[in-house]
Ligand binder design. Structure first.
Ligand code: HEC
Length: 98
C-alpha cells in the first residue's frame, strides 16, 4: 500500500508539473495576445506586425524591447509574452492581419 502510493506519486508529480508548465505557457501567450490587441496599435497600426509574422521569438523579443524604448507602456514580462505569442502566429492570421 505504502509502495503503491509512492509509485503513484512518482507518476503523478511529473504529469502534474507538465500540466502546470503547459498552463503557464498558455497564460503567457494569452497575456501576449492582450498586449498586442490593446497596446501594439497605439503608435502605428498592426500593419508592421502583420508583415513580420514569419519572424521567430528572438526577433519579436528584441523588437518588443525596442518598442519599450520607443515609449510602449509594457513591462519586460509583457515583452516576453508578446514575443511568445507573435512567434506562434502564422502569416496572415488574426488578430494583427484582419
Ligand atoms: C510608443 C509608440 C509605440 C508602441 C506602443 C509600439 N510601437 Fe512599434 N514602432 C514604434 C516606432 C516609432 C517604430 C519605428 C521605429 C522602430 O522600428 O523602432 C515602430 C516599428 C515597429 C515595427 C517595425 C519594425 C521593423 O523592424 O520593421 C514592428 C514590427 C513593431 N513596431 C511592433 C510593435 C509591437 C509588437 C508593439 C507592442 C508590443 C509595438 N510595436 C508598440 C512605436 C511604437
Amino acid at each position: 500500500m505504502k509502495n503503491a502510493a509512492k509509485r503513484m506519486g512518482l507518476v503523478a508529480l511529473p504529469i502534474l508539473s507538465l500540466v502546470v508548465a503547459a498552463a503557464s505557457a498558455l497564460a503567457a501567450a494569452e497575456d501576449g495576445r492582450q498586449t498586442v490587441e490593446s497596446v501594439c496599435n497605439r503608435c502605428h497600426t498592426h500593419e508592421p506586425i502583420c508583415q513580420n509574422l514569419n519572424r521567430n521569438e528572438a526577433w519579436w523579443h528584441m523588437t518588443a524591447l525596442r518598442m519599450i524604448n520607443n515609449g510602449a507602456p509594457i513591462s519586460q514580462n509583457q515583452a516576453k509574452d508578446t514575443a511568445l505569442f507573435l512567434a506562434t502566429l502564422k502569416p496572415g492570421s488574426e488578430p494583427v492581419c484582419k
